[in-house]
Write a protein that binds this ligand. Structure first.
Ligand code: PLP
Length: 393
């Protein structure tokens, strides 16, 4: 069952451009299934009176996600950041970790929360992910792991990263916050590395209001993660680690189960918007869409464009112009993580070390994309961009 707002089969709903749509358009809008579909889930929670602590919906969602994503084990969390912090603890990562500056701050913050020093390595200009060719040169005797990000849900060069990890005996934890449902030639993108971490934040393709998960390949690691996310409790009288309270509650887990039923339609709608943007932006001087990624199944979580110098105005002028017209595009990811005060003193944070990430962060702009965005709104956004370029529309 799909809500009317989903517009999966849109194209034509007669909204005559922006004049009649005076609400702001944000970079994303959470997909909320019809409220009446959620009521039976709430009734079950009220009946059972189990609100958290590995309750029935929590267990059901873990199982459903294993099947949906095609992975062995999923440990649910209250959010993706706690999942990242816990993933590092589960593998006892210490010292220094190689990571990307081109991500949301939580990637590097999860290292600082574990007293681990981030070592920033530049990104590849095409994938916008960690450049494997630069990783080796950044390895020090203190580096114990690599934390790459599949930025925008576009796959990292997982084979090259694994080769380096194997050669240097490093662990790999993917920040896969953007990668729900993405597949490559081997199946789920989440099966690579030692662990992958998802975010189910309200802004993500699949949301549980707040939420996250660790995907892991074996039952033993899953068990350790389950202890760590519940204060380190193994049983009533045994605490094996200084674990955190990272558990997902039953309302979020129930919402996740309902949300899963709508995923296919949501992804179809996103794909349609992605194609429409590509078609309409084709040939606008100075505007570049990212080339299709190595994914065999994409989730269209973001629609990033690069604003090159040939565009008539700067990226920031375009960003402001869109805002002035009620379009809240976002500069993901600007500034770079390495530019924030708690990171900029690190030797690896110097702009000379990160020329590609620096250049991309000055050009990037993520346009609105979400299932309820209709064609007339996409056309309106592109018209504004074309006008900025001086193109007659
Ligand atoms: C790349 C990345 N990592 C980590 C996170 C943190 O996830 P959460 O907001 O669920 O804590 C996010 C998003 O919010 C993200 O985009």
């Amino acid at each position: 069952m799909v809500s009317e707002r989903m517009n999966d089969g849109e194209p034509e709903r007669s909204v005559p451009g922006r004049q009649s749509v005076n609400k702001p358009i944000y970079v994303t809008q959470p997909f909320l299934p019809p409220l009446e579909e959620f009521i039976p889930y709430l009734e079950r929670i009220w009946e059972k009176k189990i609100l958290t602590n590995n309750g029935p919906f929590h267990q059901e969602l873990e199982q459903a996600l294993c099947e949906y994503l095609g992975v062995r084990h999923v440990a649910l969390f209250a959010n993706g950041t706690l999942a990242l912090v816990t993933a590092l603890q589960a593998l006892r990562i210490t010292g220094e970790v190689i990571t990307t500056p081109y991500s949301f701050v939580a990637t590097a913050h999860s290292l600082l929360w574990n007293a681990i020093k981030p070592v920033f390595v530049d990104i590849d200009a095409d994938t916008l992910n960690l450049d494997p060719e630069r990783i080796e040169a950044a390895i020090t005797p203190h580096v114990t792991a690599i934390m790459p990000v599949h930025c925008y849900g576009r796959p990292c060069d997982v084979d090259a990263i694994q080769r380096i990890a194997d050669n240097y005996n490093l662990r790999v934890i993917y920040d896969a916050a953007h990668s729900f449902g993405v597949q490559d030639g081997n199946g789920s993108l989440l099966s690579h590395g030692d662990l992958s971490v998802l975010s189910f934040h309200a802004t993500k393709v699949f949301n549980t209001f707040e939420g996250g998960a660790i995907v892991c390949p074996d039952a033993k690691t899953k068990q350790r993660i389950d202890h760590l996310k519940n204060f380190g409790f193994v049983d009533e009288v045994t605490v094996v680690a200084a674990g955190i309270n990272g558990k997902m509650n039953e309302v979020s887990a129930a919402f996740g189960l309902l949300q899963l039923r709508h995923m296919e339609a949501a992804l179809t709608a996103r794909k349609r918007i992605d194609s429409r943007y590509r078609e309409l932006l084709d040939g606008v001087p100075g505007i570049r869409c990212l080339a299709n990624s190595a994914a065999t199944v994409s989730n269209y979580a973001y629609f990033p464009i690069l604003v090159d110098p040939e565009y008539a105005i700067s990226r920031d002028a375009l960003y402001q112009n869109l805002r002035d017209n009620g379009i809240y595009a976002r500069r993901y990811f600007y500034p770079l993580i390495s530019e924030f005060p708690m990171y900029r003193g690190l030797p690896s944070a110097s702009l000379d070390n990160l020329p590609v990430a620096t250049a991309i962060s000055r050009k990037i702009l993520c346009l609105p994309i979400y299932p309820a965005l209709i064609s007339a709104e996409v056309e309106y956004i592109v018209d504004l961009i074309r006008k900025g370029a001086g193109v007659e529309t």
